[in-house]
Ligand binder design. Structure first.
Ligand code: GAL
Length: 452
């Protein structure tokens, strides 16, 4: 199946380049209320009418809890050497703090041991959006107690798994979960408004750095990173209004969390609105506390964004001009496919002073996959990966220190508010039977990675 083009490129990334697949506890594990696990904000949110397309819930998901051995074996068989997954906070601390759930702790030991047995390097994400519901009752990310709760949780993970796991990711996409979950109400916990968003931003920026410090302190030889969702933001026209609108959106989507992590504080000078954070951060004395010297940053880019000025939209005064409206190539979620934009974004993040290493900690695409006669012919996904990998190689050759690429995702799973219809996997899952079928894109990766 592989062409000469594939062979050439795979080799050019170098022997030490890490090829991985990524997934998250709430999207894959299932076993939502078994083995001592407490409810997460996603368990509760998905029970609210109309919040998830098709009414999907993460109760069983793709049953990774019981099928992890098979899934890990498939990741290995496809040729990957890294397995990125997240720990479910409410599985190991059902109340968020307090009593430890031994069965939950043991589960991640089994997953890690299996990875190591198979020769898959585990990359563990501490927080991929499934906050314990018990903590949300106390304010969740809006509470100043969050730092204390998060430190306890991070320390528990580091102490339990730190001997076996050396690669750690503190947060998955802080802008994603604070904006969708605490400003727009589209994700769990479904809160809206600035009175939630602003404190959530600040507590998250503090937890991001503090999580790094805890891991540094407790895990010998740790390789510590955190991930950012990022999108190139382009003005729809060259009018000064559209250009300014794009700049404001860029501050929020791309700069809000990385700049505090790099020790620069919030990018207030380019969006005065952020001065409101001062209410939650008296005299900016915490700038230092939001800084941590990460070993790597995880870039997660799914689409560029085109915006135009819109005075009716509060605060950002901008609205998106969708890829479907602009009639450019896009995925089944309407996300623009644009490898050149991916290339420019990687270069841009590399140029931030203080970024030492980049890992593409997620990249992937959703298409309307169909299982016909035991085959999923997802040529569009293969095309996507080919184009994005070429763009990545270009950035690497031009000197960006990019050390890994983790495909999102191994198996189709619970895609948050999109439910089960949006499929991103290299492996198809029949959610009625849990039958797995490797898609053609999975086979493509296998050939690519083995240099066939
Ligand atoms: C990311 C998120 C993943 C996954 C992916 C595809 O933002 O971290 O959990 O859902 O998007 O939508």
């Amino acid at each position: 199946m592989a062409t000469n083009l594939h062979r050439l490129i795979a080799k050019e990334f170098g022997e030490d380049f890490a090829w991985g697949v990524a997934m998250a506890a709430a999207q894959n594990e299932g076993a939502w209320s078994s083995y001592g696990k407490g409810p997460s904000i996603w368990d509760n949110f998905s029970r609210r009418q109309g919040k998830i397309k098709g009414g999907g819930k993460p109760t069983i998901a793709c049953d990774f809890y019981h099928r992890y051995k098979d899934d890990l074996l498939m990741a290995k068989a496809l040729g990957f050497s890294v397995f990125r997954f997240s720990i479910s906070w409410p599985r190991i601390l059902p109340e968020g703090t307090g009593k430890v759930n031994k069965e939950g702790i043991a589960f991640y030991h089994r997953v890690i041991d299996e990875c190591l047995k198979l020769g898959l390097t585990p990359y563990v994400t501490l927080y991929h959006w499934d906050l314990p519901a018990a903590l949300e009752k106390e304010g969740g990310w809006t509470s100043h107690l969050m730092l204390r709760w998060f430190v306890r949780y991070a320390a528990l993970c580091a102490e339990e798994y730190g001997d076996k796991v050396k690669n750690w990711i503190v947060l998955n996409e802080p802008f994603g979960f604070t904006s969708l979950g605490y400003m727009l109400g589209k994700h769990a916990p479904g809160r809206i408004g600035l009175s939630n968003f602003l404190p959530a931003i600040h507590n998250t920026a503090l937890a991001q750095a503090e999580g790094g410090r805890i891991l540094r302190q407790l895990v010998k030889n740790a390789h510590i990173g955190t991930t950012f969702s990022c999108s190139e933001v382009l003005p729809y026209t060259s009018s000064p209004e559209d250009i300014q609108a794009a700049k404001r959106v860029d501050v929020l989507m791309n700069r809000l969390f990385i700049e505090p992590a790099l020790g620069r504080g919030y990018p207030r000078e380019d969006f005065k609105f952020l001065d409101k954070l001062e209410l939650h951060n008296k005299s900016w004395k915490y700038t230092e506390k939001m800084h941590f010297n990460f070993d790597f940053i995880g870039i997660q880019n799914y689409f560029p964004v085109v915006v135009r000025h819109n005075a009716l939209i509060p605060i950002v005064q901008a609205s998106e001009v969708k890829a479907t409206t602009r009639k450019v190539p896009h995925t089944a979620m309407g996300w623009e496919i644009n490898p050149d934009s991916f290339y420019r974004l990687i270069k841009r993040f590399w140029l931030y002073g203080g970024v030492k290493e980049i890992i593409i900690s997620e990249s992937g695409a959703c298409f309307k996959d169909e299982l016909v006669g035991g085959v999923v012919d997802d040529q569009q996904r293969i095309d996507y990966y080919q184009q994005y990998l070429l763009a990545l190689l270009r950035a690497k050759k031009e000197g960006v220190n990019v050390k890994g690429f983790f495909a999102w995702t191994l198996t189709d799973n619970f895609e948050w508010a999109e439910g089960y219809k949006a499929r991103f996997g290299l492996i198809h899952v029949d959610f009625n039977t849990q039958l797995r079928t490797i898609k053609n894109s999975g086979y493509w990766f296998r050939d690519w990675l083995s240099g066939k």
